[in-house]
Design a protein around this ligand. Structure first.
Ligand SMILES: [Zn+2]
Ligand SMILES: [Zn+2]
Length: 402
């Protein structure tokens, strides 16, 4: 960073306290929808700070409510709490104490940054309106945001807009990046079973070979990317699984392929899903095979609304300097379930730089400090930056009018 961020002194003074919470959560990772201890800890802290707490949304999710003035205008701030099923390679003091579970995506840091903001906002209340502090479960594949919404999140806790952020390794520590429109992709998975007729491998003409047919399907699917969708629409189909057969001299009865599809818009996804089934069915038919087509939509694309993105970029630039905020960051084909909240309310999702990994303490694993890597660790130095950013969002969005 080229400019020292203008951090709030009271948040800086609480750095040790918030870091201790972050490391406590890191040491006790919990998988999706099992975030009981984490939710208890968050609820306890919010209660200690005088914040009203509502639990049990999306099973283990919770919402803290802070009202000031007439409370009419509102803002939602969201953090995720879940860890990953991964064995931590780090051996430093706050390493995971739960075998096979690890905070390798930094959700421990996201939760701590929002707690840091909550602590400050409850104490100083320099805003006019209602702040909803949303702590969600199960971002990693469980759709915890969707489950909280199903449990009435936005009816019970109205939000004029919602904001959230994810730490981003490789971006300078404490810098920000986002963009209006799609920031992250939709994630979807498929499985196509190709059914033929088994035969002796020396006499394949007596059967209908599902392995050969599946290989044609794998090739043909890429034609959808290059021939069917518009070239300017980004999308990817990756066939990552191909399973068939048990012997070298037997043509099996069936084969199956599986993989992932990523798109930035739902119309492109609709097109790809429909074409995949048609192409697979036709190619299979050409070789006298049939198919069973399974397509599952997991997370929709994360689409930031322009006004709220411009607002968030402005707040970030004020905090860390315009040179440290990229408002036109390159979108990623990764996915994020904050997308469900952005389907319901306007808002913006941002990346906050986690640095290159120099922050990791002695005893970290040999791998890079990347998301979902067993050597990853959240960068505690950015805790006050993230907390101050959340606070500034609130104090600007809900600026006192009187
Ligand atoms: Zn993750
Ligand atoms: Zn994550």
């Amino acid at each position: 960073m080229t400019q020292t961020p203008t951090l709030i002194p009271d948040i800086l003074q609480a750095h040790d306290e918030i870091r201790a919470i972050r490391r406590d959560i890191h040491a006790h990772p919990e998988l999706r929808f099992e975030e009981q201890r984490t939710a208890d800890l968050v609820a306890q802290k919010l209660t200690d700070w005088g914040i009203e707490v509502h639990r049990g949304l999306g099973k283990t999710g919770l919402v803290g409510v802070l009202r000031n003035g007439d409370g009419k205008r509102s803002i939602g701030l969201r953090a995720d709490m879940d860890a990953l099923p991964l064995q931590e390679a780090n051996t430093f003091g706050h390493r995971s104490t739960h075998d096979g579970k690890m905070h390798a995506c930094g959700h421990d840091g996201h939760t701590a940054m929002l707690l840091g903001a909550a602590r400050y906002l409850a104490k100083h209340r320099n805003f006019d309106g209602t702040v909803h502090l949303i702590f969600q479960p199960a971002e990693e594949g469980g759709g915890g945001a969707r489950e909280m919404i199903r449990d009435g999140l936005f009816e019970r806790f109205p939000c004029d807009a919602v904001f959230g952020m994810h730490n981003w390794p490789g971006m300078p520590a404490g810098s920000f990046g986002t963009c209006a429109g799609p920031l992250m992709a939709s994630s979807n998975e498929f499985r196509i079973v190709i059914r033929g007729k088994g035969a002796h491998a020396a006499m394949p003409h007596n059967g209908n070979d599902p392995v050969f047919t599946a290989a044609q399907v794998v090739s043909a699917l890429q034609g959808i990317i290059t021939r069917n969708k518009r070239p300017i629409d980004a999308a990817v189909i990756s066939v990552t699984q191909f399973h068939a057969g048990d012997a070298t001299n037997i043509v099996p009865n069936e084969a199956w392929i599986g993989g992932t599809v990523r798109t930035f818009t739902l119309p492109v996804l609709d097109l790809i899903e429909q074409r995949m089934e048609a192409v697979a069915r036709s190619v299979a038919a050409a070789f006298d095979c049939t198919i069973e087509f399974h397509f599952q939509r997991n997370y929709p694309p994360t689409v930031n609304t322009p006004a709220e993105t411009a607002f968030a970029v402005g707040v970030a630039a004020e905090l860390v300097g315009g040179a440290n905020v990229d408002g036109n960051v390159e979108p990623t084909m990764g996915a994020e379930d904050f997308s469900f909240m952005l389907l319901e309310r306007p808002g913006c999702y941002l990346f906050i730089g986690n640095g290159e990994g120099a922050h990791r303490e002695a005893g970290h694993g040999i791998g890079p400090c990347m998301l979902h890597n067993p050597s990853y660790d959240f960068n505690d130095e950015i805790l006050p930056v993230g907390s101050t950013f959340f606070v500034k969002l609130v104090e600007t969005w809900l600026a006192r009018t009187a």
